[in-house]
Design a protein around this ligand. Structure first.
Ligand code: DGY
Length: 338
């Protein structure tokens, strides 16, 4: 009798042709519809799985893996992995992987799309026009703030932050400042045309601040009322990292009282719910966590996650050596909350 093949759980529908590669090695338990998984349902799917391919929707911690005695690998489709309790996985000898690099440029593009939309009031103008409020061209309609030649502030200078920096410096002639817990090597600073400053200086000097840092308990609400109070009233804030980095009520206060010109948010603390105070404001651009959502990049992410899982479970050309395991903290580190 043929030996049973290891079972692999795929939590959400991804590209069928890419997921099918898992079927060459494993028995597949793949979701066919977008599904909201409760912690109990996740534990149930993991119970006799050897591997799992999950998205940021699925929180995998000690509770979810408690009875998953066969589990050897969890592949996250995404560069951010705050949905995984990596310490709990590692303590059980379970390999965790993510999908860095393949989404860097696409996400940096989106940061710029959002920054520009906020600074030049693009979505606000579109809504205004659709509401039939444009009765005559006038000189002072929807005056925004320049992007070219302004100061770009980047908080979190990993690969995506460096991509944002290059776009700002080379494409828009911006002065680029960044803050990271540790200063990057001179070669990277010079490739990115960026100068390190402390967090206080970054907040005060930036005309356009972009958040690109990992989320953890140390960075929760890093941008709170005190941080926002240091920013210029003409500045914009763009968040393409994780919603929990920003105290959304404090942001809504600053935006509604003219203490910050505009914000652009692709991520939210309670997503998919969005703070109703933000929904009510005109000077905030809101998108549904689509920073890496180009077709080519989402295919590359799915493909890398599949490669990781196959290799972590001891199959394929890189058996035992998954391309992008999660080990030490992400390059550049997490700036300390202050
Ligand atoms: C990421 O890769 O972290 C994105 O937020 C999508 O998962």
């Amino acid at each position: 009798m043929a030996e049973a093949r290891p079972r692999v759980w795929v939590s959400q529908p991804l590209f069928g042709d890419i997921v099918a590669r898992l079927g060459e090695h494993f028995e597949l338990d793949a979701a066919t519809d977008v599904t909201i998984w409760s912690p109990d349902a996740i534990a149930d799917r993991l119970h006799d799985a050897s591997g799992a391919l999950v998205t940021l929707n699925e929180r995998i911690g000690a509770g979810e893996i408690a009875s998953a005695t066969a589990l050897r690998a969890v592949a996250n489709v995404g560069v951010g992995y705050d949905n995984l309790d990596v310490a709990a996985l590692h303590a059980r000898g379970i390999v965790a992987t993510n999908t860095p690099d393949v989404l860097t440029e696409t996400t940096a593009d989106m940061a710029f799309a959002l920054l520009m939309a906020a600074a030049r009031r693009v979505t606000e103008g579109e809504r205004w026009l659709r509401e039939g409020r444009w009765t005559q061209w006038s000189f002072d309609t929807l005056l925004g703030h320049d992007v070219h030649g302004s100061t770009l502030g980047i908080l979190g200078m990993g690969r995506i932050g460096q991509g944002v920096a290059r776009r700002g410096a080379l494409g828009f002639g911006m002065r680029v400042l960044y803050h990271n817990r540790s200063r990057l090597p001179e070669r990277i600073e010079s490739n990115s045309r960026a100068a390190w400053v402390d967090l206080d200086t970054l907040l005060r000097a930036a005309d356009h601040l972009v958040l690109v840092l990992p989320y953890s308990s140390a960075t929760r609400h890093l941008i709170d009322a005190a941080a926002l109070a240091k920013m210029k009233p003409t500045a914009t804030l763009t968040n393409i990292a994780r919603g929990g980095l920003v105290d959304e009520d404090a942001l809504a206060d600053a935006l509604s009282h003219g203490r910050l010109a505009a914000a652009a948010l692709d991520v939210f603390e309670g997503e998919p719910s969005v703070n109703p105070r933000l929904l009510a404001l005109r000077n905030v651009v809101l998108t549904p966590h689509v920073g890496s959502a180009s077709l080519a990049t989402r295919r590359a992410m799915a493909s890398l996650a599949v490669d990781n899982l196959i290799a972590a479970l001891g199959h394929g050309p890189r058996a035992g050596d998954p391309p992008t395991p999660i080990g030490a903290p992400a390059a550049g580190g997490i700036p300390a909350k202050r």
